[in-house]
Design a protein around this ligand. Structure first.
Ligand SMILES: Cc1cc2nc3c(=O)[nH]c(=O)nc-3n(C[C@H](O)[C@H](O)[C@H](O)COP(=O)(O)OP(=O)(O)OC[C@H]3O[C@@H](n4cnc5c(N)ncnc54)[C@H](O)[C@@H]3O)c2cc1C
Length: 449
């Protein structure tokens, strides 16, 4: 391997790719990011992403300190409760969560669009939009060339696939890797948060993450997302002077159209949806969610009927199968590109960020000549593959994100639902179980494996 600092090509300006780009840049390692979207605000999904300690730790380690503070200032108000509701809006359980006094060891609610705008800050000279990766070629001198749909190319010492679930890099590099349909479909919606829509929700739901276990195998998750800026993008009067100063200097606010909202995602086994659901949008898609939730509380249905039609999105949930270790080289992968997982545990983005941080550490060692570049990649892959696919397996067995879940079976489904509700009811009422549940909620995302 060359003794000069490596130049890293990252395919995909998503969560993991941009975090890695910051980390490498801070370490003085050359980096360029190639993104198929045409602009910084294109193609973003409206849903909320929960960032736990693992994700926040990676962001703290990779981002410039001032930008990490901006990330904290742009998170939505942190959830104070984890609620389990039935379809009639009655609480099965409610677990108080920790206050968000610590920058890392807490659960943060982030809008995907806002996170992307934060991560693009300070990287405009290294992120190239409108560049769709098509294939790569590895050369005898150890370099690798990425080819793009517009006929252009870029050459570097390492190619990192951060191009998500349908990774074109993975298709070429690991053609045997299996990504499969998990058998569930989500309809994600955003309802503008107004005094009226807020009043439709009980107080703990207004301040929490709420999982809805409905009868008939229809599930939902609801988050109230409140930011430090108002409907016009102006800072709210109660924002602290320190946050106000950070946000006033943050160019992302000009590009970010995220406003206070209620995120309501409804999901079920794919069998419950019309065959053409993936091509439906707007009011037609919201109607599918309303049809599925016919026996839900009128307030939940009113929320759905008030959803912004432009925000409604169908998501076919995917998962991946463990890939046996391969011979490491100058092409590697991170995040959904290698270990796509269902949202069952809410850790896909956290794991992509963890990968980025781990790869950053390894590449710093290679840049310092403590090991070769290929050895650094091999050490990263040896650590990443076990925890990545452990998260895939855990996620598949949670919250009915797997279409084969017992919850969706005709008779067993009713029993499975009663079992799940009973588990949460008992756990929330027995103090040692409740404490363990809340500890697990945070430590699961920690780097314990
Ligand atoms: C409904 C839902 C809820 C979720 N909630 C959570 C949660 O609460 N917590 C959590 O941790 N995770 C959550 N996730 C998972 C999380 O969103 C993903 O795991 C995470 O975004 C993966 O990051 P990534 O960097 O690997 O890929 P992405 O963020 O998807 O980025 C990939 C990028 O690559 C680009 N790209 C793709 N192909 C090409 C190409 N050929 N050329 C150039 N660019 C390309 C894409 O445009 C995109 O910008 C959720 C997922 C879903 C579906």
């Amino acid at each position: 391997m060359a003794t000069r600092t490596p130049h890293v090509l990252i395919i995909g300006a998503g969560t993991g790719g941009l975090c890695l780009a910051h980390g490498l840049r801070r370490a003085g390692i050359g980096v360029a990011v190639y993104e198929r979207h045409r602009t910084r605000a294109d193609g973003l999904l409206g849903y909320r992403v929960g960032i736990g300690p693992t994700g926040s730790r990676a962001l703290r380690d990779c981002l410039p300190p001032e930008l990490f503070k901006t990330y904290l200032a742009t998170c939505a108000r942190s959830p104070r409760y984890f609620n389990v509701l039935n379809q009639k809006l009655r609480h099965t359980a409610s677990f108080p969560l920790r206050p968000d006094s610590h920058p890392v060891d807490t659960e943060r609610s982030v809008a995907r669009m806002t996170l992307r705008q934060v991560l693009l800050t300070g990287l405009t000279d290294v992120v190239h939009f409108d560049r769709t990766f098509t294939r790569y070629a590895q050369h005898d001198d150890g370099t690798v060339t990425a080819h793009f749909a517009d006929g252009t190319t870029a050459t570097g010492d390492l190619l990192v696939a951060a191009d998500g679930t349908h990774s074109a890099v993975r298709r070429q590099h690991l053609p045997h890797a299996v990504i499969r349909d998990a058998g569930t479909i989500n309809i994600a919606t955003r309802i503008p948060l107004t005094e009226h829509t807020r009043s439709l929700l009980p107080p703990t739901v207004q301040r929490g993450i709420s999982l809805i276990f409905g009868t008939g195998g229809v599930m939902g998750v609801l988050h109230v997302m409140e930011f430090k800026w108002d409907a016009h993008g102006r800072l709210k009067p109660d924002v602290s002077p320190a946050d106000a100063a950070l946000l006033a200097d943050w160019p992302g606010l000009r590009h970010d159209t995220t406003r206070d909202n209620i995120n309501l995602v409804v999901w079920s086994t794919a069998r419950r949806f019309p065959a053409d659901v993936m091509s439906r949008r707007g009011a037609e898609l919201i109607q599918v969610a309303l049809d599925l939730t016919a026996n839900w509380h009128p307030r939940l249905r009113e929320l759905l009927s008030r959803a912004d039609p432009g925000s409604a999105l169908p998501i076919r949930v995917s998962t991946s199968e463990p890939v046996p270790a391969w011979k490491s080289s100058t092409v590697t992968l991170l995040g959904d590109a290698i270990h796509t997982m269902t949202p069952g545990r809410g850790v896909g983005a956290n794991t992509a960020l963890r990968d980025a941080n781990l790869l950053r550490r390894q590449l710093i060692l290679a840049a310092a000549d403590a090991k070769t570049l290929v050895q650094a990649v091999a050490d990263y892959e040896a650590a990443m593959l076990p925890y990545g696919f452990a998260r895939v397996a855990d996620s598949l067995n949670r919250s009915g994100t797997n279409g084969d879940d017992r919850m969706y079976r005709p008779v067993f489904g009713r029993l499975a639902l009663l079992g799940a509700r009973g588990y949460f009811r008992v756990t929330s009422r027995v103090p040692p179980l409740r404490r363990k549940f809340v500890d697990d909620f945070y430590t699961y995302r920690g780097e314990q494996d």
